[in-house]
Write a protein that binds this ligand. Sequence first.
Ligand code: FPP
Length: 243
Amino acid sequence: MPRPSDSSGKASVPLHLAVIMDGNGRWAKRRLLPRKAGHRAGARNLRRLCQMCGDAGIKYLTVYAFSTENWKRPPDEVSALMALFIEFLQSYDAEMEKEGIRLRIMGDVAGLPDDVRQAIREAEDRSKDRTRLQLILALNYGGRAEIVHAVKSISEKVSSGELAAEDITEDLLKTHVYLPDVPDPDLIIRPSGEYRLSNFLLWQSAYSELWFSNVLWPDFKQRDFDQALSSFAARDRRFGGVK
Ligand code: FPP
């Protein structure tokens, strides 16, 4: 897909942006609010981010909403998050329709509660023909679990004789991740002053540009988004080659 480019031919806008929405808990703590209030503010900010992405011409936005490790959180926080996902999927739909947003999920959906799975099915189905922006929620997602999932499905094909061990290549593995049609993220943003990927998009991030900031996720605004995109536009991406 052609991207807006500068005179040197470098893509200046990411085709695919991924965001680790970190810092909700600290945002709430600073306001003497419960952690779930921070997640609610984070969800509101996700709506703003979708608008910014649509306006900027980004076609895929993946956000880390719940990791395979997040089940370790206190049960009341986990259930507040699950309720928030359902509320988001239902209440945001009219706005998503206006913005041309298709909703997709990446992760182990089978491990989510029934009511969340049902809300996901409905939201995916309602939005499947929208084309302006794909919003991908990483839910019950882990990069290592995704690689295990891909390896298992390839192994089954090798066992049944559909594939031979020699057929296993990077390109083949790529077709067995959760969403094989989605291109790798060009830029990954992590706010809140942490400098790690936390098991997010491990396979896909091999050549992603990274951008960090100290702002907590609910406070991440248009100015921060613009700074991240300007920084991305100035990067020299060589993918292991030379100029
Ligand atoms: C990390 O911040 C955030 C999460 C584990 C949850 C992310 C979820 C949302 C932003 C809710 C909205 C999402 C959707 C899809 C409606 P943290 O709680 O670990 O923050 P802390 O490091 O400050 O404690």
